[in-house]
Design a protein around this ligand. Structure first.
Ligand SMILES: Cc1ncc(COP(=O)(O)O)c(C=O)c1O
Length: 491
């Protein structure tokens, strides 16, 4: 086995003829041969004892790194601790055994939960309506830009097809716009990490007749709150455009600022980031989309509403409705219900005060960490950050050391690396998001490791170039690993 492979015997390698992990019951039907071709001789089943089986899978699980194992400062991903009560609630039999084809009368509890989750998200963001349909943040973005386009068509402006996207936006913003069939025009940032107002003004003027709107990630991918939001939304609205807010970073704003009050017309949430639902491996997530009065009629549906004709004073009856000018369904049935139960539980457990504390601690933790390391790691946009910050993964006096080497060495210290090489406007970017759930001891241990690594970079750079040294997998050729996945065991 090569240097770069997991040194864990595969289940086929520990297999021995005749071993079995389960006591099979005596045969109580006549013995029969399986139809020809059903069993392939070249696909033998592994034969292992119960103990072998348990050890094998337990070892494999120990090779995995997650938030329940240690610090996971992956910028832009908000890898906060997910309270286990969320899991308990979404596994309640009454939720687990629901079927999407059940009549409304029989699922009033589930509709109650969805209705109040919509109401909480309306209140948290300052919006008039919410749809829980989209299955992820990027899916919410796609729904949002389609709503903006539908609004422009509805008012007789079907020729409008331009969306402005700053260079500090999350990568999914230009991707969603392009998928929706509209044109992306990039707007540069200024030297404080804000949208460059002069460039925005020029872009608005140039594309005035074609402007659908602007997509703004706020806080942006530098972890910075734009200092000119009012001017930005004023300019875009003046030219007939709408403001889309990428609300994936709402854990920096909860209980403090509401995008709906700041000029945004539509926004998506990432329930799997802000509201503590798991989001490893790409899903399942949930990206509800929220809209102002102006856009609420265009929301994807169905959404949950109270039916006044079937309600009485203390017993509202919940029903599914389609907003009058809806862009339609964007997801089968009603979205990812299990994720909604977790987010609802999180919001109810914390309450308004707790949610505000989430934002306060997220911002405090990021600023504390930034101040601990910025003497050694340059922070190019050096001002108070929100829930994350971006520094350069370059060490003075160690010219050959790159962000990737630093990240790989962090693995040796037991930490998950930060996001690398994103955003693109920072050289050798390390994007660090500690989240609100980490203690000062953890933040200090991480800062100490980064400072120690900076020292190693100067004195023994090869230690970094060859890292990780004590992880189950050594340094991989990541591009090759992603393109040539080995998914089959070959004996
Ligand atoms: C700022 C921002 N926008 C959009 C997204 C996309 O969300 P998703 O990965 O759920 O599609 C993310 C994901 O982390 C994000 O951080």
């Amino acid at each position: 086995m090569g240097d770069d492979r997991v040194v864990e015997p595969l289940i086929f390698e520990i297999s021995r003829p005749g071993r079995c992990a389960v006591p099979l019951p005596d045969l109580d039907v006549p013995e029969a041969d399986l139809p020809e071709g059903l069993v392939r001789e070249d696909l033998p089943l592994p034969e292992v004892s119960e103990q072998d089986l348990i050890r094998h899978y337990t070892h494999l699980s120990q090779l995995n790194y997650g938030v329940d194992v240690g610090f996971y400062p992956l910028g832009s991903c908000t890898m906060k601790y997910n309270p286990k009560i969320n899991e308990e609630m979404c596994r309640l039999p009454g939720f687990v055994h629901l079927h999407p084809y059940q009549d409304e009368e029989t699922v009033q509890g589930a509709l109650f939960l969805m209705y109040y989750l919509q109401e909480f998200l309306k209140e948290i963001g300052g919006f008039a309506g919410v749809s829980l349909q989209p299955a992820a943040g990027a899916h919410g973005e796609l729904a949002g830009v389609l709503m903006m386009r539908a609004y422009q068509i509805d008012r007789g402006e079907a020729h409008r097809d331009v969306i402005l996207v700053p260079d500090s936006a999350h990568g999914t913003n230009p991707a969603s716009t392009t998928m929706s069939g509209m044109r992306v025009i990039e707007v540069p940032s200024d030297d404080r990490g804000n949208v460059d107002l002069a460039a925005l003004k020029a872009a608005c003027e140039e594309h005035s007749d074609h402007l659908v709107g602007m997509m703004l990630t706020n806080p942006n991918t530098l972890g910075l709150f734009d200092e000119h939001l009012e001017e930005i939304s004023g300019l875009v609205h003046e030219h007939g455009g709408l403001m889309y807010g990428d609300g994936a970073n709402m854990n920096a704003l909860l209980g403090i600022a509401r995008p709906g009050d700041l000029g945004f017309d539509v926004l998506h949430y990432n329930l799997h980031k802000t509201f503590s639902t798991p989001h490893g491996g790409g899903g399942p997530g949930s990206g509800p989309v929220a809209a102002s009065e102006r856009l609420a009629d265009f929301l994807p549906g169905p959404i949950v509403a109270v039916d006044p004709d079937r309600s009485d004073e203390d017993a509202p009856f919940f029903t599914l409705v389609m907003p009058p000018k809806s862009i339609g369904r964007v997801k089968a049935f009603y979205g990812h219900f299990g994720v909604m139960v977790r987010a609802y539980t999180y919001i109810r457990m914390l309450g308004p005060e707790g949610l505000r504390r989430v934002a306060e601690y997220a911002v405090l933790n990021a600023n504390y960490l930034m101040h601990r390391i910025k003497g050694m790691y340059r922070v190019p946009y050096d001002r108070t950050c929100m829930h994350e910050f971006v520094c350069e993964g370059r060490i003075p006096d160690a010219p050959d050391v790159r962000a990737l080497d630093i990240s790989k060495r962090l693995i040796d210290y037991g930490f998950h690396p930060p996001t690398n090489y994103f955003p693109l406007i920072v050289r050798e970017a390390l994007m660090i998001e500690p989240t609100e759930t980490e203690s000062k001891e953890t933040l200090d241990a991480f800062a100490d490791a980064l400072l120690k690594i900076a020292e190693e970079a100067r004195t023994n750079p090869d230690l970094l170039h060859e890292a990780p040294h004590n992880a189950p997998v050594r340094r991989l050729d990541e591009v090759r690993a992603a393109k040539e996945l080995i998914l089959r065991w070959e004996g």
